[in-house]
Design a protein around this ligand. Structure first.
Ligand SMILES: NC(=O)c1ccc[n+]([C@@H]2O[C@H](COP(=O)([O-])OP(=O)(O)OC[C@H]3O[C@@H](n4cnc5c(N)ncnc54)[C@H](O)[C@@H]3O)[C@@H](O)[C@H]2O)c1
Length: 362
């Protein structure tokens, strides 16, 4: 699902990261729209995640920082996009505990610079093409965000688009600020912004510092698999392909000013996820079985949210989107992907990250 027959130009920030690369690959493979990928190539962004598509006629890469206003304006002027999908971000909670400022710079300042650049662009002679694919001939700014902005839940209840923002980590606070700015630019300047909040994603091409790829690689290497605290923190998992579907549905069917929430309806404790990875590893690598012996409980993350969950009923009704992957199947395919792509894992880590613990207070 990616719009009508008209060719659009979609500017995607953070397209060399986990979700961004899956989104870019999907759109470039479909070959209907010109895809411009604006990425700074931080430690988490890697062109190795886009191998094979760089030669596609409808793909362009722009190496730039979203917080560089001149570069962003130049790229907007050059491509005259029909939509901007903002996925560029600092995303690792543990790193936000070690150093919050990078998160403010990219997630808050960078998003504001993008919003301002779009505002200037829409005021200028951009020669709006009446494009039916995006409704009303208008531009769209899609602010891609997280369920973490809503804070933590107790054992019952779920977040929805109407939930108040109560971020608990510097990462979540920086994403919350960016979402508020997108909304404020909509209300104040009429900028056609849509915000999406999604639960934890899993799938191929995720930088191996996050729970699932980290656990797979630790198990593969026979190293201790760290589980924070008691491991009973609950997350709702959505396969990245389903998130990509949701983002495209929000882009092409969503209403400016609205928020859409995505989730996989697959709540699991972190311990359950790691134990399932171990079971899958036992099948894939029987010589190392049982991999559960590698699980090691370590100090909990400061301020660790206990539970996130999403009520997606309104999104399902409004966008006709719903998650399709069964968590157990998606996780098995994900484990196999990492085991088949160990060279990618080595290349993206590039000696700069070796699975060490981050984000503990001194
Ligand atoms: N991964 C998840 O589970 C999840 C869930 C919900 C929402 N999100 C949101 O989705 C978006 C993408 O997440 P992800 O997991 O793919 O992130 P990621 O960390 O894998 O990738 C982030 C990308 O942004 C780029 N980037 C970072 N700073 C930049 C800057 N200043 N200028 C330009 N590019 C920059 C990086 O190089 C990288 O390619 C983020 O906004 C995140 O908050 C992620």
């Amino acid at each position: 699902m990616s719009g009508g027959s008209e060719r659009l130009c979609l500017l995607i920030t953070g397209g060399a990261g986990f979700i961004g690369s899956n989104l870019v690959r999907r759109l470039v493979r479909e070959g209907r729209h010109l895809i411009v990928n604006l990425d700074k190539l931080s430690y988490a962004g890697n062109l190795d995640s886009l191998v094979g598509i760089e030669v596609a006629p409808l793909y362009r890469f722009e190496h730039a920082d979203v917080a560089d206003g001149r570069a962003v304006a130049r790229i907007m002027e050059r491509y005259r996009p029909d939509a901007l999908l903002n996925l560029a971000a600092e995303t690792h909670v543990d790193r936000s505990i070690e150093g919050p400022q990078d998160f403010i710079q990219t997630n808050v300042v960078g998003t504001t610079i993008l919003l301002d650049a779009v505002r200037a662009y829409l005021r200028g002679p951009r020669g709006v093409r009446a494009n039916a694919a995006l409704g009303d001939g208008g531009f769209r700014f899609l602010q891609v965000s997280t369920d973490e902005v809503f804070g933590a839940l107790g054992p019952v209840g779920r977040f929805s688009a109407a939930s108040p923002y109560r971020p608990n980590s510097p990462y979540a606070a920086s994403k919350a600020a960016a979402d508020h700015l997108a909304r404020a630019f909509g209300r104040t300047f009429g900028l056609p912004a849509i915000v999406t909040n999604c639960t934890n994603n899993y799938g191929p091409h995720q930088f191996p510092e996050k729970l699932i790829p980290l656990a797979i690689l630790k198990a593969e290497n026979g190293r201790a698999i760290p589980v924070y605290g008691d491991g009973l923190q609950v997350r709702d998992w959505l396969h990245v392909d389903d998130h990509v579907d949701g983002l495209l549905a929000a882009l092409f069917k969503g209403e400016p000013g609205e928020t859409y929430v995505f989730g996989g309806e697959a709540e699991r404790t972190n311990l359950e996820v790691v134990e399932l990875i171990c079971t899958i590893m036992d099948r894939c690598r029987p010589a190392g079985a049982p991999h559960r012996r590698l699980i090691e409980h370590v100090d909990d993350r400061p301020g660790h949210d206990r539970r996130y969950a999403m009520d997606i009923r309104t999104t399902v009704a409004r966008l006709g989107w719903r998650p399709t992957a069964r968590f157990e199947d998606g996780l098995e395919a994900t484990v196999r992907w990492y085991l088949d792509n160990l060279a990618w894992c080595r290349r993206v880590q590039d000696g700069s990250y070796r699975g060490e613990r981050l984000g503990l207070l001194a």
